[in-house]
Design a protein around this ligand. Sequence first.
Ligand SMILES: Nc1ncnc2c1ncn2[C@@H]1O[C@H](COP(=O)(O)OP(=O)(O)OP(=O)(O)O)[C@@H](O)[C@H]1O
Length: 230
Amino acid sequence: MITFEQVSKAYLGKYAIKDITTTLPKGKIIGVVGPNGTGKSTTLKLIAGLIRPTKGRVTVDGMEVDRKISKHVTYLSELDEYYTMYSVMETVQFFATQFEDFNLSKAEEMIQFMKLDPNTKVKHLSKGNRGRLKIILSLARDASYILMDEPLSGLDPMVRDTIVKGLVSFIDLEKQTVLISTHEVSEIEPMLDYVVAIKDNQFVEVADVDQLRQEEQLSIVEWMKKIYAS
Ligand SMILES: Nc1ncnc2c1ncn2[C@@H]1O[C@H](COP(=O)(O)OP(=O)(O)OP(=O)(O)O)[C@@H](O)[C@H]1O
């Protein structure tokens, strides 16, 4: 369970998010959505302990978040952060030495699923294939919380659908909670259980995406259009 207690984050005196109090459930795939610059990355980084709130408290399973939370939380950033001299397999093996919960056989399975050549050096991978490698590195950890900041950026629209389906099959919702930030909601919509949209520094939440579809006959994309139009 992730809680925000009166959390604000300001950069140079300007708020990205302001006075948020909420609880995000466990065992769900949660979309963090909104237009550019609304605070999606900020929200994920606060949960990952990469930045500190200006005010308030963020907790994960009752633990106040600081950098040590990375034992329980994996964060896939928008940036590349690996050694380009390593091959795909060497990178995966290196990560296995860094994280106790890294599941090497799951990583190998995902390399096959993503159709990556394990022997290719990272510096020779296309942008899309680096994107695939990043997804593998974050999902191969048996961490309780998986945070993915724009995981589909740089990936060919033709393969996104397959990758999204693959992502779901590698997540164990009995033990894991996933937060995915994106402004390309339509592509991940089928996998989402719960949605946090950020508008005017506040969270607007949909606790049950199926209910939204059944009772209000709205897709998330349609719901977002309504929110951001008002
Ligand atoms: N390190 C920083 N220094 C100053 N301002 C920042 C910093 N990081 C983020 N911001 C500002 O905070 C606001 C929220 O940024 P954030 O990156 O969280 O948004 P986002 O929704 O993830 O955007 P995008 O979709 O473009 O990635 C923006 O106005 C951004 O310019």
